[in-house]
Design a protein around this ligand. Structure first.
Ligand code: TYM
Length: 332
């Protein structure tokens, strides 16, 4: 079986619809075809300030949501990044083969640091993509399921894998991004020209999976649509309607063309009302399942303990090979 690896940050509150459609759904699908490793990236989370108690709670919440979304610990390895020390260790090695200019060109860093200001930006945020490289290479991943916004980080991973292999001999699998075109970028419901995200979206444009279903329905019903009234998939001309069609099609497994036919001549209101129902049917059981996992910390802990053990076995082997190639003296 090919390997898959991905990571998601433990954010406050809950995952949003973009995380789910762009990434988590793909994690669930790849369990069936890949030897899949998924982790909650708490080391990445501390590149911006975190309250310790919140970080712990949000890490558990992220694990509960991944299970609620359909990750099955019998079919994938689910773990927390900081439980596997090899991430930080290989991260350092990768820092030492990354160019300063190369890291400076990462657009997510440029965006985030511009927003925060230079005084508040940490060196950790700067090297964030390099740690992500280590995450992926440690597992010899073939496929990395992510949304479009992570493409540049996967490109960096490929470059560094090839560089290391070229310098020291073949050590790492060169991974490919697994980006599903239709859902690679889900947009804000109030501003369908920006991607849905915790930092960029307005509260009304951001669908949090653990919001009260009523709140979610309201956000969908008040989504910004475009001028005109025709329901056609046209991302350039009609970004608002197209985003809603993508969400509708993906959550129900209905081709977009069928939806265009179904709503021909019916207007935006009908589409939004029905999509609100679809969303409620999706988030209601998701919220219940998440809650059930949160109320069962023993199960969560044992899932994570088993996951960390399986992950460490793979990561330790890769790190040992890399250390040897580099010329580190083996500890006797
Ligand atoms: P994070 O936690 O920001 O996001 C998790 C995943 O959600 C995707 N995503 C979206 N997809 C479609 N539309 C959107 N609006 C949208 N917003 C977010 C992201 O592309 C991502 O796949 N750097 C990563 C975490 C990471 C990682 C890794 C990923 C750390 N190590 C190793 C892959 C492999 C991140 O911050 O994701």
């Amino acid at each position: 079986r090919p390997r898959a690896l991905s990571g998601i940050q433990p954010t406050a509150g809950s995952f949003h619809l973009g995380n789910y459609l762009g990434a988590v759904r793909q994690y669930v699908a790849l369990q069936e075809t890949h030897d899949a490793f998924y982790m909650v990236v708490d080391l990445h989370a501390i590149t911006v300030p975190q309250d310790p108690a919140d970080l712990r709670a949000n890490t558990r919440l992220a694990v509960a949501q991944l299970l609620a979304a359909g990750l099955d610990p019998q079919r994938c390895t689910l773990f927390v990044q900081s439980h596997v020390p090899e991430h930080a260790q290989l991260g350092w090695v990768m820092n030492c083969i990354t160019g300063f200019g190369e890291a400076s060109r990462m657009t997510q860093f440029k965006d985030k640091s511009a927003k925060q200001g230079a005084d508040r930006t940490t060196v950790g945020l700067f090297t964030y993509p390099v740690l992500q490289v280590a995450d992926i290479l440690l597992y010899q991943a073939d496929a990395v399921p992510v949304g479009e916004d992570q493409r540049q980080h996967i490109e960096l991973t490929r470059d560094l894998a090839e560089r290391f292999n070229g310098r020291f001999g073949h050590t790492f699998t060169v991974p490919s991004p697994h980006i599903v075109k239709e859902t690679a970028k889900i947009y804000d419901l109030q501003d369908p020209t920006v991607k849905m995200s915790k930092s960029a979206s307005t509260p009304k444009g951001l669908v949090n999976l653990l919001d009260e279903p009523k709140v979610t329905a309201k956000k969908v019903r008040s989504a910004v649509t475009d001028t005109g009234s025709e329901i056609v998939f046209d991302p350039a001309g009609k970004p608002g309607v197209s985003n809603l069609l993508t969400i509708f099609a993906t959550l129900t497994g209905t081709p977009v063309a069928d939806l265009e036919n179904r709503y021909a001549g019916k207007g935006y209101g009908a589409l939004k009302t029905d999509l609100a129902d679809v969303m409620v049917d999706f988030v209601t059981p998701f919220k219940e399942r998440t809650q059930a996992y949160l109320e069962d910390p023993e199960t969560l802990d044992s899932v994570l303990a088993a996951g960390a053990e399986k992950a460490r076995a793979v990561a330790a082997e890769t790190l040992a090979a890399a250390y040897d190639r580099i010329g580190f003296l083996p500890a006797k």
